[in-house]
Design a protein around this ligand. Structure first.
Ligand SMILES: Nc1ncnc2c1ncn2[C@@H]1O[C@H](COP(=O)(O)OP(=O)(O)O)[C@@H](O)[C@H]1O
Ligand SMILES: [Mg+2]
Length: 229
């Protein structure tokens, strides 16, 4: 088992009428295997981002534990967890990300420069950029990119350290059909190489582009239900 979530839940503080917190993700157990693909679907505000942020080491659960390879990631210090995450878990965040004052290539190489092994990843970055048709943007600053270009950059950045798990929050939301196909092909390759991939998506069609089995987690008002297909 690559990742095991034991009884995780997450409350947020909110100034409501009778209570000052509400539960965005209710108590959940989950297991993610090496080389598996998991889709997370559900309505806006149902708790998808909260769930995957807990799984990726970005958001401490109110209760419960997240074990990656048997290691309790939230028992680590912040700096140890940041290094652990950058080596083992590739994250494609929701919304647009990237350091605007760095070029596309510099953004992509950042996790490798900060936390990777010594090996130069430039060739790998170029190969992935070509696969997602952004190779001509290598030296362009991130603040000059369109939403779809930034998204493709973030996807490659998540893959650069060959993580054991990739968690992508609506990775194809702002992509056209051709880019979506290319991105799903990269995810497919990662899965076949043993990487566990978790994709939050509204778009069931993009999942049909994968030729690996997909387990779907349906999130409804903070309650997670598993559906296999
Ligand atoms: N930092 C936060 N503080 C308070 N409430 C939050 C915070 N982040 C998300 N929420 C609330 O938690 C619920 C679930 O949000 P989220 O996990 O982002 O849902 P989804 O990704 O499915 O759209 C929503 O009602 C949202 O308003
Ligand atoms: Mg979300």
């Amino acid at each position: 088992m690559l990742l095991r979530a034991e009884g995780i839940s997450r409350d947020y503080f909110r100034n409501g009428r009778d209570t000052n917190f509400f539960t965005a993700v209710k108590k959940t157990d989950l297991e993610i295997e090496k080389g598996s693909c998991t889709a997370v679907s559900g309505r806006s505000g149902s708790g998808k981002t909260t769930l995957i942020n807990m799984l990726s080491g970005l958001l401490t659960p109110t209760e419960g534990r997240v074990l990656f390879d048997g290691e309790d990631i939230y028992a680590m210090s912040d700096s140890t967890r940041a290094a652990f995450r950058n080596r083992n878990i590739g994250i494609v965040p929701q919304g647009q990300t990237g350091l605007k004052s760095l070029t596309v290539l510099e953004n992509i190489l950042l996790p490798a420069v900060m936390y990777g092994n010594e090996k130069d990843k430039t060739e790998k970055a170029r190969k992935l950029m070509k696969q997602l048709s952004i190779e001509d943007l290598e030296d362009v600053f991130a603040n000059e990119l369109s939403g779809g270009e930034l998204r493709r950059m973030a996807i490659i950045r998540a893959m650069i350290n060959s993580p054991r798990m990739i968690i992508a929050d609506e990775p194809t939301g702002d992509l056209d059909d051709i880019s979506t196909e290319a991105v799903m092909k990269l995810f497919d390759d990662c899965i076949k190489n043993g990487c566990a991939v978790i994709i939050v998506t509204h778009e069931a069609e993009c999942l049909s582009l994968l030729d690996v089995p997909v387990t779907t987690l349906r999130v409804d008002d903070g309650v997670i239900k598993t559906q296999s297909r």
